[in-house]
Design a protein around this ligand. Structure first.
Ligand SMILES: Nc1ncnc2c1ncn2[C@@H]1O[C@H](COP(=O)(O)OP(=O)(O)OP(=O)(O)O)[C@@H](O)[C@H]1O
Ligand SMILES: [Mg+2]
Length: 458
């Protein structure tokens, strides 16, 4: 993709010669002759590099430079100074100009300086993308049957271009699932743009989604692209859709039906190529019955409805998730992950997690900060996870999808682990106490992947 370069210089000759050097290198460029035009142009569309003449008829070059950098701090600006104006150029670089060139311009210097500046732009964009990805790529952790099913459903849905509706309680991972589907889709190189419908004031949401034209309402000081436009070629994630007003719902419905829309305040209809993923933690069917949500919009959005189960229905994922978060925070804080004692894991498994994965993540983060040692013990847990909450049998019974065979195996494993713990990891004594052949017990220990830790327990 060729970069866009703005040339600000009142001399026709300089604009032309700069322009032809840049065009030879395959860059798109646009020239303006005054400071005022430069600012208008920079607000109208985005540029990757600016050549700025420091001596302009209508503006103080240094002030203009500051204005430009205030609008877009990452934008490289190469200043051009006349002979004898070097001190001005040096002051400009102190203010943040990328580099300066002296008139008369040398072809090689121009081409090389532009190349370096654009390389830097590309590099810092790449870095931004990567760090975005690192944060959001955190995988969808969990090996419970329902998590496996969720991952495969998301992968299949991502493959198509159909609209996905993610349903699930607070903190179950709807946003993460949306990122996951985007990454697996053919649009993964395109943008992932998010709109939280609950967080945007009602009177601004339309402009947020569809953009606006300058002057269309108080505060609309320039034309602005909306989220739909920003998501062109990628994915638009509409979060908390039940919080859209009926009026906004009508506009969104129309945009989805007609595949195009207009900015607030008019302008030509805009067509974009966007895959929409929507999410809500509300019961949309109830919202429809009560007249708060349009049924026709529901059908448009819910081509591929995907339910994310609450954490209490997939308790076997809890220890894995806790370890995952412990490693994550340890890495962020530059420390070692903390070990969770088996009793801690039991209590975490037994707790009902009304705030789902987010609550678990927050708890682990807190523990990582607050607990000084390398091991987290039950004493470190909040009171509501106290002894009375521990009931592995109950948590086993609450796992709604287990077959009798799976439940029996889970119980057996639990029992063997505890007995082993209790007998300090002595396999012979444990076999005796369970009235099993020692070799038989060994096979079970192996089959269940139980770690025998000698010398532990009472
Ligand atoms: N399966 C998972 N594996 C790893 N991290 C997860 C998983 N599920 C959720 N998380 C993490 O838990 C936190 C909450 O998830 P997310 O924000 O996606 O939930 P949500 O359903 O959008 O919640 P809300 O309804 O409150 O907006 C996030 O930090 C997310 O990264
Ligand atoms: Mg969310």
């Amino acid at each position: 993709m060729s970069e866009r370069i703005l040339i600000v210089d009142d001399s026709d000759g300089t604009r032309d010669s700069l322009g032809s050097i840049l065009a030879d290198d395959g860059h798109r460029h646009h020239g303006v002759a005054s400071g005022a035009e430069a600012l208008i142009e920079l607000r109208r569309q985005s540029y990757d590099l600016v050549f700025l003449d420091l001596v302009l008829p209508d503006a103080d070059g240094l002030e203009l430079l500051e204005d430009i950098l205030n609008e877009d701090p990452g934008l490289p600006v190469i200043v051009i100074s006349g002979r004898g104006n070097i001190d001005l150029a040096v002051r400009a670089t102190r203010l943040g100009a990328y580099d300066f060139l002296e008139k008369p311009l040398s072809l090689e210097r121009v081409a090389l300086t532009a190349k370096h500046a654009l390389d830097r732009v590309r590099l810092s964009r790449k870095l931004e993308q990567l760090s975005d990805r690192l944060d959001s790529t955190t995988e969808l952790v969990g090996e419970s049957p329902s998590m496996r099913r969720l991952r495969s459903e998301l992968a299949r849905a991502a493959n198509s271009d159909g609209r996905i509706l993610l349903l699930g309680e607070n903190g179950t991972g709807k946003e993460l699932a949306a990122h996951y589907a985007h990454r697996l889709s053919s649009r993964s190189d395109g943008p992932f743009v998010e709109v939280n419908c609950a967080a945007i004031p009602e009177e601004l949401i339309e402009s947020e989604l569809f953009g606006h034209m300058k002057g269309s309402f108080t505060g609309a000081s320039a034309d602005r692209a909306g989220r739909f436009e920003q998501a062109d070629g990628g994915t638009l994630f509409l979060d908390e859709i039940a919080d859209m007003s009926i009026k906004t719902q009508a506009k969104v419905l129309r945009a989805l039906q007609e595949q195009r829309f207009e900015r607030v305040g008019g302008g030509a209809p805009i067509q974009v190529d966007v895959r929409v993923i929507a999410a809500t933690n509300k019961d949309l069917e109830a919202e429809i019955r009560e007249g708060h949500f349009r049924e026709d919009l529901y059908f448009r959005l819910a081509v591929l409805p995907i339910q994310i189960p609450p954490l209490r229905d997939r308790r076997e994922d809890i220890p894995k998730l806790a370890e995952h978060f412990s490693t994550l925070f340890a890495r962020r804080q530059g420390r070692r992950p903390k070990h969770l004692s088996s009793e801690v894991k039991e209590r975490l498994i037994a707790y009902p997690w009304p705030g789902n994965v987010r609550e678990l993540k927050n708890l682990v983060e807190r523990l990582m900060i607050m607990v000084p040692g390398d091991e987290i013990t039950v004493r470190d847990l909040p009171a509501q996870m106290g002894e009375s909450a521990v009931d592995p049998l109950r948590s086993l019974l609450e796992q709604s999808h287990l077959s009798l065979r799976e439940a029996r195996a889970a119980f057996e494993k639990e029992l063997i682990e505890r007995r082993l713990d209790h007998l300090s990891g002595n396999v012979s004594k444990t076999a005796q106490s369970l009235e099993l052949e020692r070799s038989h017990l060994y096979r079970k220990i192996k089959a269940y992947g139980i770690e025998v830790q000698r010398g532990q327990g009472v």
